[in-house]
Design a protein around this ligand. Structure first.
Ligand SMILES: Nc1ncnc2c1ncn2[C@@H]1O[C@H](COP(=O)(O)OP(=O)(O)OP(=O)(O)O)[C@@H](O)[C@H]1O
Ligand SMILES: [Mg+2]
Length: 550
């Protein structure tokens, strides 16, 4: 008589034979196999310790047919292992994906491990035998994935593994997606409603190519990583998951390049917001709502975008702002009713918390001109100064542009930059290092840079001398004007203004205010709008104090 052990051994080998025969049969007669599958499954389930979950590629029928999120996540999750292990692969280009997506072909199987549990994934398809018309290619085929695991692992799989697969799949999909650069352009309708339009974001900048001290770069990278991994932390402290960066510094120091490097580092999309085309605060809010997660919202040259600098200042202070700024922003101010408070709400109002994982970046050449409310911590959490090229930054550029890591000329460059303190922007250094003809040697480019730095030294010296001369001239005239004011006592304002202009050769002296009670006339003297009080009529109290200045 057969023992229990022998009985099990026999059953096991019979099952194995049956399964083997069934597998061969399926391979050769796949369509017949589909019909027989339920029968075999019933037979096996009595002895079979495995559980199987099916994930269909599409959910819904015909017009409502849509790709199931689950299978799309599974496909992405398995793509990594499939490309390494599966023998038959499918290659697809999916919309919005930057490269081919490889997935296992039908009837391929791969194993996966999770918390020491083994699972088996298979990709399958069944043919729909019903005769029907369909708009969708291959709608008569239904594809699905099956996940097989042992009964005893049910808890691990249902409670943790599936969740893990979905999260990982989403992450892989996100990484593989084509990133976008959005910009807002005025729409064609009567309200000029501005809308986002996009192109593929392909800027090659990275932190490796960014010319900056290594320590500072590391600090920014760490800050970005910390932010991107702090979803739960932000939730815990009750703060919207976003972070503001203010990049400031002279033109050509790499502010825009830094934004591109940040976007590439985090693999975020970029929304380049042109405030001047946004008609009002409501439009600004709509644009914010339309931005996606994992994105950087950029407002470049914030000081030029709107009259944000002046909104909390008195008019007279506004008039004192330098010509430099006016030049850069000239022609950029257009009809826009976006206000400072609208922008502040955009950054950290209630609406700014919708979605999450957003970085807001402002750039400016004139940080001092910005309203403190706009750049306070909490709004612009991290202020980064982008400055003139130092020796470390130069070395990065030399490596990038010329593949040169060492040269005798490095010492000279170091001396010029660090000892002589010559200021040159990374943009100018880069331009000097850029080979100008086919096969131009690295040494030649370095020599050109050394020459340019020396010229810049001379140029800077000339500029200082010029400024000193201008100051002396200005102060000389000013002192003379002050001395001679006594002679102007008793003149009317216009007459005085004219006389003063003639005498001092200063054009455009402006009368700021006149107090009829004490006869004090407030003037603004060019070029820096220096304020000057002039007593228009002699009085006993003003004797010997005809002009006072502030
Ligand atoms: N720190 C840097 N590292 C690498 N390249 C740089 C750096 N700064 C400038 N460059 C080079 O100079 C060019 C101009 O730089 P970028 O546009 O980033 O300057 P910016 O600070 O944004 O200037 P602006 O204030 O005028 O907008 C870039 O194309 C880049 O090649
Ligand atoms: Mg820029």
């Amino acid at each position: 008589m057969a023992t229990m052990g022998q009985l099990w051994a026999n059953t096991g080998s019979t099952l194995a034979t049956l399964m083997f025969t069934y597998t061969i049969f399926r391979r050769w007669f796949p369509h017949v196999g589909d019909h027989l599958e339920p029968f075999f499954q019933r037979l096996f389930s009595r002895f079979y310790p495995y559980i199987q979950i099916k994930f269909h590629e599409y959910s819904g029928e015909h017009f409502k047919r849509s790709e199931s999120k689950a299978t799309s996540g599974i496909q992405s999750y398995l793509s990594k292992d499939s490309s390494l292990r599966a023998k038959k692969l499918k290659a697809n280009t999916t919309k919005g994906s930057k490269s081919l997506v490889l997935s296992m072909d039908d009837r391929e199987e791969i194993t996966d491990e999770f918390e020491s549990v083994t699972v088996w994934w298979q990709s399958k398809k069944v043919r729909n035998t019903r005769q029907s018309f369909s708009f969708y290619p291959a709608a008569d085929e239904k594809r699905y994935y099956t996940l097989k695991f042992h009964r005893r692992d049910r808890e691990v799989i249902i409670e943790r593994y599936l969740d893990y697969v979905m999260k990982e799949g989403k992450m892989i999909k996100m990484k593989n997606r084509e990133r976008k650069l959005y910009s807002n352009t005025p729409g064609q309708n009567h309200r000029n409603q501005t809308k986002w339009s996009h192109v593929t974001f392909e800027h090659p900048a990275s932190f490796d190519t960014l010319a900056m001290e290594e320590k500072k770069k590391e600090e920014i990278k760490n800050d970005l990583v910390k932010f991107s991994k702090s979803k739960d932390y932000y939730k815990k402290i009750g703060k919207a998951w976003k972070r503001g960066y203010l990049l400031f510094g002279p033109p050509g120091t790499g502010k825009s390049t830094m934004i591109a490097a940040m976007a590439n580092f985090l693999e975020y999309d970029v929304y380049d917001l042109e405030l001047t085309t946004v008609m009002d605060n409501t439009q600004l809010r709509s644009l914010l709502i339309e931005t996606s997660n994992k994105s950087i919202i950029v407002i470049e040259d914030i000081d030029c975008s709107l009259n944000l600098t002046g909104q909390r200042k008195k008019k007279k202070e506004e008039e004192e702002d330098g010509d430099e700024k006016k030049m850069k922003c000239e022609g950029e101010k257009k009809e826009s009713k976006v206000t400072l408070s609208g922008l502040l709400n955009f950054i950290d109002g209630l609406w700014s918390a919708c979605g999450g994982e957003r970085i807001i970046v402002f750039t400016t050449n004139f940080v001092d001109k910005l309203d403190p409310a706009l750049i306070r911590k909490g709004r612009m959490d991290k202020h980064i100064e982008m400055s003139y090229c130092g020796f470390e930054a130069f070395k990065v550029l030399a490596k990038n542009y010329l593949d040169v890591e060492e040269s005798e000329l490095f010492d000279e460059v170091k001396r010029l930059l660090e000892v002589e303190g010559i200021k040159m922007t990374p943009a100018d250094v880069g331009e000097n290092l850029l080979p100008k003809s086919e096969g131009e040697e690295g040494e030649t480019c370095l020599k050109r840079l050394v020459e340019a730095l020396k010229e810049e030294k001379e140029e800077a010296k000339r500029r200082v001398e010029e400024e000193v001369k201008r100051k002396i001239r200005r102060e000389g005239k000013y002192e003379r004007a002050k001395e001679e004011l006594f002679c102007f006592k008793g003149m009317g304002p216009e007459e005085l203004k004219q006389k003063l202009e003639e005498e001092t050769a200063l054009n455009y002296i402006s009368i700021c205010s006149k107090n009829p009670l004490n006869g004090i006339l407030r003037l603004h003297l060019p070029p820096n709008n220096t304020k000057m009080n002039v007593v228009l009529f002699p009085s006993s109290s003003s004797k010997g104090d005809d002009a006072s200045t502030s």
